[in-house]
Design a protein around this ligand. Structure first.
Ligand SMILES: CC(C)(COP(=O)(O)OP(=O)(O)OC[C@H]1O[C@@H](n2cnc3c(N)ncnc32)[C@H](O)[C@@H]1OP(=O)(O)O)[C@@H](O)C(=O)NCCC(=O)NCCS
Length: 394
């Protein structure tokens, strides 16, 4: 990790450095060069971290701050996006050292969780990230919808609806696991996406928003298109049916509708036939940057009262190493150093356990977790919850 010449890490010093990083994104990640400038301009400059080697921009990444919901509490979370190393400097530890410095900085800034969508597992696993949740794109032929619901009013979204849709999103996300506690930049991507025409509607009952949908129309065959839902929440069965009826109303030209969800979806309960299928399954990885803070920051099932003695291994960060005891009571967790270390877990193994993506028993087969049956069962009980999924991609 410390191999190679000294790397200097920090936000861009000037426009020229930002431009050099932007060029890297076009070359390395296939960014659309026409959208690069507006994309760079809409990010906060202080959120970029560039890696400099001998004064040259060798790589970079973007930190997207927010929270992640677990057990009804939002834990400070840093999404890591747009990781790239100059092609001629790859394999020299640039990305690893850049990420490591970023993680140290996050811990100092009291951000206990970091997540990303990986293009390779190798680099990120070495730094303690592990696959911990999903993002499923579901696809449904519009011809398969038989919902007729017209009872609720559906109308185009207006700027004045922003607060109401944020509330709807927050209400659902806070009851789930893994969904982001969105900040303004997250919402900007939904409200005002770059390079596409977005359509947006709100469903209301007696003037109160009960659902919303943001979508684009992507060409399929001659003049036909798919409704690609970028963001959607429906809080009641009538709102779900109203949305389905709205999608069906596009069926003369729209062959299908796709939307993002978890492994299960309330929509399925209202479909007459199993015509939906997975269009894309993406996994995200999580890193517990600060184990005690992450364990204390999340919520737990209010009916669970238990203690778990952990022995954590973290090859990268000594502050996570060692024995901790997690005591959970009334939905909150408290961590004390020490204890018997009954559950032996690497920091990577802790990520899917923490989110509820895998149980402790399942993780035994990965070699990332070990312990007696009782410790495994206690860990699974403590972290059980809704299936972790994330709507946002970055
Ligand atoms: C992925 C990427 C950022 C890695 O950057 P890098 O500076 O070469 O990474 P490092 O040198 O720190 O790599 C650390 C280890 O991971 C390995 N590694 C890096 N990329 C890998 C890949 N795509 N597949 C398998 N192993 C990989 C390296 O070989 C190295 O292992 P080693 O120490 O045994 O040699 C770089 O390849 C890149 O810019 N790719 C194109 C864009 C991209 O995929 N970005 C990531 C988006 S999530």
């Amino acid at each position: 990790m410390s191999r190679g010449p000294a790397l200097e890490v920090g936000p861009p010093k000037d426009d020229a450095e930002l431009k050099a990083y932007g060029d890297l994104l076009v070359q390395s990640l296939g960014f659309d060069s026409k959208l690069l400038e507006p994309w760079l301009a809409r990010q906060e400059r202080v959120s970029f971290r560039l890696a400099r080697l001998g004064g040259r921009v060798a790589g970079g990444l973007l930190i997207l701050r927010g929270g992640q919901w677990f057990g009804g509490r939002s834990v400070p979370f840093a999404g890591i996006a747009a990781v790239a190393t100059a092609p001629d400097l790859r394999g020299k530890g640039v990305a690893s050292r850049l990420l490591r410095t970023t993680l140290e900085e996050l811990r100092a800034g009291k951000v206990p969780l970091s997540g990303l969508y990986p293009s390779t597992h190798v680099v990120y696993r070495r730094l303690g990230y592990e696959v911990a949740g999903v993002r499923v794109t579901w696809k449904l032929p519009t011809s398969a919808i038989d919902a007729q619901e017209t009872g609720l009013a559906l109308r185009p979204f207006e700027a004045k609806d922003e607060e109401a849709i944020r509330d709807l999103y927050r209400e659902r996300a806070s009851r789930g696991a893994g969904q982001l506690d969105r900040t303004l930049p997250h919402w900007k991507r939904i409200l005002d996406p770059l390079g596409v025409t977005r359509y947006a509607y709100v469903i209301e009952r007696e003037g109160k928003a009960e659902a919303y949908v943001f979508f684009t129309q992507e060409p399929t065959r001659a003049n036909h298109y798919e409704l690609v839902v970028r963001d959607m929440v429906a809080a009641t069965p009538q709102a779900v049916r109203r949305l389905l009826a709205f999608f069906a109303g596009h069926r003369s030209m729209a062959d299908s509708v796709s939307w993002i969800g978890g492994p299960g979806d309330p929509f399925f309960a209202l479909l007459p036939n199993p015509s939906h299928r997975v269009d894309q399954l993406r996994h995200w990885m999580l890193r517990l940057v600060d184990v005690p803070a992450a364990l204390e920051g999340r919520g737990y099932a209010p009916d669970v009262s238990a203690s778990l003695a952990l022995h954590v291994r973290d090859e990268n960060f000594p502050w996570n190493e060692g024995k901790f005891t997690l005591r959970v009571e009334g939905g909150r967790g408290e961590v004390r150093p020490g204890g018997d270390g009954d559950l032996k877990v690497t920091v990577r193994g802790l990520a899917p356990l923490y989110t509820g993506h895998l149980t402790a028993e399942e993780l035994v087969a990965t070699g990332l977790v070990s312990g007696e049956g009782e410790a495994l069962a206690a860990a699974s009980r403590l972290f059980r919850g809704p299936a972790p999924w994330m709507s946002d991609a970055f």
